[in-house]
Design a protein around this ligand. Structure first.
Ligand code: SF4
Ligand code: SF4
Ligand code: SF4
Length: 313
């Protein structure tokens, strides 16, 4: 019997589901042991049965539930809970689900400031109030999945590599274990390092005309960080290359941005990166900001808006 698979997407961009399609020929093999019973982004399936205009979420029973995206509205929360109820095993699918992901950058702002920026700034009509009809109510913050429901398996990545999606589902079907690497992108990086990351000022790769720092004619290249480019490799979980075991951005001549999240699930990429910079004698006061070190992992309360200062203070 194939395993029944259901999928739902919360505060997400659909990239994780596209990664399922990116399996290519392996998708046909996958469909020999997986039966997709619900996955609105890839097939015509609905949350509600629509009978009598019912808006009650109703999902088919499944062995495995893939949930992509973080939780930012009451609707996301309702869907996440409905998936938990209807699926035996829940996979937090992608870094939005495991750590908040890009949407959790919103945690740096108060909700009313964000709404004001979207609905009441130059270029938009002045609104007396923010939309509330039909629009789902926002939660106070953007949450990773396990902050609200029990999660059985974490599959990080923005998006997760197709090889990992395949292997995770195959392992579940075969009742075998499947472990992601618990090492950093640096641990598997081919760059040459001399341990002298003595750069006084970090450079922003995309602002420089010579940002392509590889020389294709050489077999090895010098570590980005030691050249003064901010590379999140030291504090990011390895594995984004899937079965090739070659970090995708590094091989494309771009410093790692940190999309696989912290090396250990509960890690703090910002804190760990500041430590890594400091231990390489890199002047952290030269950084224009550090919040973006949590651009993929700002859930779990790691990113919060600054407290408002009362006028009387
Ligand atoms: S993890 Fe990345 S690809 Fe997946 S939903 Fe979030 S932003 Fe999109
Ligand atoms: S900092 Fe970046 S370039 Fe340097 S070794 Fe680590 S992953 Fe490679
Ligand atoms: S190199 Fe870093 S940012 Fe790029 S895909 Fe891998 S983990 Fe993500």
């Amino acid at each position: 019997m194939p395993i029944k698979l259901a999928g739902e997407s919360l505060n997400a961009c659909s990239g994780c589901e596209i990664s399922i399609l990116d399996m290519g020929g392996k998708l046909l093999t996958l469909l020999e042991f997986v039966s997709i019973v619900h996955l609105p982004l890839l097939m015509d399936s609905k949350h509600c049965d629509g009978k009598n205009n019912s808006q009650t979420v109703k999902l088919p029973k499944a062995d495995v539930g893939l949930i992509s995206g973080s939780i930012k509205t009451k609707e996301h929360l309702e869907l996440a809970r409905a998936m938990r109820d209807s699926c035996d095993l829940i996979i937090a699918f992608g870094t939005c689900a495991t750590h908040g992901g890009i949407p959790a950058l919103a945690n740096s702002f108060h909700n009313d400031d964000m709404l004001g920026h979207c609905f009441n700034t130059v270029g938009t009509d002045k609104a007396d109030s923010f939309p509330s009809d039909i629009v789902p109510e926002m939660m106070d913050a953007c949450y990773a999945l396990d902050e609200h429901i029990r999660v059985d398996v974490c599959l990080p990545g923005c998006p997760p590599h197709p090889d990992h999606i395949f292997r995770a589902l195959q392992s579940i079907e075969k009742k075998e274990s499947f472990l992601l690497p618990e090492k950093s992108v640096c641990d598997n990086c081919p760059a040459s390092r001399d341990g002298k990351g003595r750069v006084n000022e970090l450079k922003r790769a995309l602002e420089l005309p010579q940002w392509r720092v590889f020389d294709d004619t050489k077999e090895v290249f010098k570590c980005f960080l030691e050249q003064g480019f901010l590379c999140m490799g030291p504090v990011t979980r390895d594995g984004c290359g899937g079965d090739t075991e070659q970090a995708r951005c590094i091989m494309a001549q771009v410093p790692c941005r940190g999309c696989y999240g912290p090396v250990k699930k509960e890690g703090n990429q910002r804190l760990a990166m500041l430590n890594a910079l400091a231990s390489n004698d890199i002047d952290i006061s030269s950084l224009p900001e550090t919040l973006s070190m949590l651009r993929f992992s700002g859930g779990h309360g790691l990113l919060r808006p600054l407290p408002r200062i009362k006028e009387s203070e």
